[in-house]
Design a protein around this ligand. Structure first.
Ligand code: AMP
Ligand code: MG
Length: 393
């Protein structure tokens, strides 16, 4: 048996970062920036007014001081002249501060009659001038790689960048196999169940920035699986669920091998999860997940999502972990790393569900995290700190 970390390392060796493609800013949120972006221009590009008021010389500002208003500066339209002694320019938020002026007196602090401006008795001390480059200077760099947030998009736009190179989305073919499976909305026979794995994985992959493709369900026979693998053409990653064990009807391995895959079979010291199959099949990486619905989804979080992040250029790292305080005692763990379905309660403490069978999708849906028990972890008491993996990162 190998550890989860070792298995993950072997899976990382099957994939590499995908090439970049240009996208307009409106399509870039959630994508991974592939090359650092440099501002060619400072923001603001000129000293600008932070308020509506009057631009004057700071040295002349005192209660009751008088000025002559000689013009106006608005956003997008500067005052072309110079502000001399005793002079003021009417100014609005975002307008360039005129030459000679270095202080904005807000309009609430002054009284104007025609071109005469008289300052009030109490003056707000702030100068209300945003210096040139106060937000960012020319040459400011937004570093890659990073998953672009809406705030990043606003920043890129402010940097005058209209199109950005982002890592191409990994195309992931999802293949469910089993004679017992019919798709949701189908008409199951008396001995059949509904295929759920591909749908959960589809949602997981899409949220992670991949482009999942659902293949038709394959029956437990070689020709059906061969046909399905043929439909995976063009994928960067093929993820199967079911049929990957060592039973008589588990044909994913033999069929993939017949199609040229160098199959690696990992017995992983992990619960839930059965042996995981992996290799390269044509131009794609292939991972065979267990069929049990919770195992498939947990393996999705613990193995497939880190592979996707590596393909997106975000580096080869395991699923991020948080710390949480235990709400209730836990017994000792066995030799396998246990990913327990758990929920964080109102006080932030984490509680593992009593029922941990890997077929229970209701329990999975009720969980918001996986509580990670290391191999041979001794019994833990309420109040101790444990590690969790978020199910909705
Ligand atoms: P297998 O890995 O094929 O031995 O399947 C293990 C268990 O998971 C069996 O109870 C299967 O019926 C179930 N199973 C396999 N594939 C799926 C799927 N796509 N959706 C839901 N259950 C599945
Ligand atoms: Mg099966």
């Amino acid at each position: 048996m190998i550890s989860v970390a070792e298995a993950l390392d072997r899976l990382f060796s099957l994939v590499s970062p995908l090439p970049p493609e240009p996208v307009p800013l409106t399509e870039a949120a959630g994508r991974v920036l592939a090359e650092s972006q440099i501002a060619r221009r400072a923001q603001p590009p000129f000293p600008s007014s932070a308020m509506d008021g009057y631009a004057v010389r700071e040295a002349e500002v005192r209660p009751g001081a008088e000025f002559r208003v000689i013009g106006e500066a608005a956003a997008g339209r500067r005052f072309a002249g110079q502000v001399g002694p005793g002079e003021a320019v009417r100014i609005f938020t975002g307008a360039p501060v005129p030459d000679g002026a270095d202080r904005i007196v807000i309009q609430e602090d002054a009284v104007r009659e025609a071109d005469r401006l008289t300052l009030g008795d109490t003056l707000t001390p702030d100068r209300y001038v945003r210096p040139a480059g106060g937000d960012f200077e020319a040459g400011f760099t937004l570093d890659a790689p990073r998953r672009l947030t809406p705030s990043d998009i606003a920043l890129l736009a402010a940097m005058n960048i209209a199109e950005v190179p982002v890592t191409r989305r990994p195309v992931v073919a999802l293949l469910a196999t089993g004679d017992e499976l019919v798709p949701p909305g189908g008409a199951p026979g008396p001995d059949q169940i509904i295929a759920s794995n591909s749908y959960g994985l589809h949602a997981l992959l899409r949220a992670a920035g991949a482009e999942p493709r659902l293949l038709p369900i394959a029956a437990d026979d070689a020709s059906s699986l061969e046909t399905a693998f043929g439909l995976a053409e063009g994928a960067d990653l093929i993820v199967t669920s079911g049929g990957a064990s060592v039973g008589d009807h588990d044909l994913v391995g033999p069929v993939a091998e017949a199609l040229g895959m160098e199959r690696a079979f990992y017995r992983i010291a992990m619960r839930p999860g059965k042996p995981l199959m992996a290799g390269r099949l044509g131009d794609a990486a292939m991972v065979g997940l267990p069929g049990n619905p919770v195992s498939a989804m947990v393996c999705g979080h613990i193995f497939i999502l880190p592979m996707i992040r590596a393909m997106l250029g975000l580096g080869a790292a395991p699923a991020p972990r948080d710390r949480a305080i235990l709400a209730a005692d836990l017994g000792p763990n066995g030799p396998r790393e246990h990913y327990m379905r758990a929920v964080r309660e109102a006080d932030g403490k984490v509680r593992a569900f009593d029922r941990q069978d890997s077929s229970l999708v209701t329990v999975l849906a009720g969980a918001d995290c996986l509580l990670v028990r290391p191999p041979h972890d001794p019994a833990r008491q309420a109040g101790e700190t444990v590690e969790v993996v978020d199910l909705a990162p």
